[in-house]
Design a protein. Structure first.
Length: 208
């Protein structure tokens, strides 16, 4: 399936207040966190596809969506499946919308991150980075610093991505400890940058 086909399907299965751009449907307007549903073609057949719900805190500088902050809705779908629209709409309402409803504030997002980490082997650099940024955006300086310290313990010297992440979080950690207000302004600037990178600036909530 192509993006135009996914956009047409999305209009039938997501709430009317969602915005749709190609193969992405999302809560609109976009504030501190992108809450979205993606549609992705299968590499195996032309008729099968995947649907994933996700939430991405925008204060994390990113150029692409992090699908790891979410889950697939069912294992897969077929474009010719009987009652496809009704089934997919029902699954989105059952699985994705309750999560999106819980994520109204930055503190909600940080709380959701912590819940998703319980009882799972999530001690890795990307997860700690996402958690630390979410806590910082929620104003929890101590929690963010703790997450960043944990990240720095997990850094692999041979990984360039790890090294880049370490530089980024050390800079933010230092700013949080020296001037929390300046750190928040930086996080808001990264939010605007991420929206632009994702091509979603036109859908952002007014910034007061």
């Amino acid at each position: 399936m192509r993006k135009k086909e996914f956009a047409a399907l999305a209009r039938l299965v997501v709430p009317s207040e969602f915005a749709i751009k190609g193969d992405l449907a999302f809560v609109h307007p976009v504030d501190h966190t992108l809450r979205a549903i993606t549609f992705e073609s299968s590499a195996f057949t032309k008729t099968s596809f995947y649907v994933t719900w996700l939430f991405n805190p925008l204060c994390v500088p990113r150029k692409h969506l992090n699908l790891g902050l979410g889950n697939r809705i069912r294992h897969g779908w077929e474009s010719g499946e009987a009652d496809l629209v009704d089934k997919l709409r029902a699954e989105i309402q059952k699985v994705a919308l309750p999560v999106f409803e819980r994520l109204r504030t930055p503190a909600d997002v940080a709380r959701e991150q912590k819940v998703r980490m319980r009882g799972a082997p999530y001690e890795c650099v990307p997860v700690q980075q996402e958690l630390g940024f979410a806590l910082a955006r929620a104003g929890d300086v101590a929690g963010a610093v703790h997450a960043f310290d944990k990240l720095l313990e997990l850094i692999e010297p041979t990984s360039q991505w790890n090294q880049d992440a370490a530089i980024l979080v050390m800079s933010l950690k230092d700013l949080l400890l020296r001037d929390p207000g300046a750190a928040m302004r930086q996080l808001l600037a990264w939010e605007a940058e991420t929206l632009q990178n994702l091509g979603l600036s036109d859908y952002s909530a007014p910034r007061g």
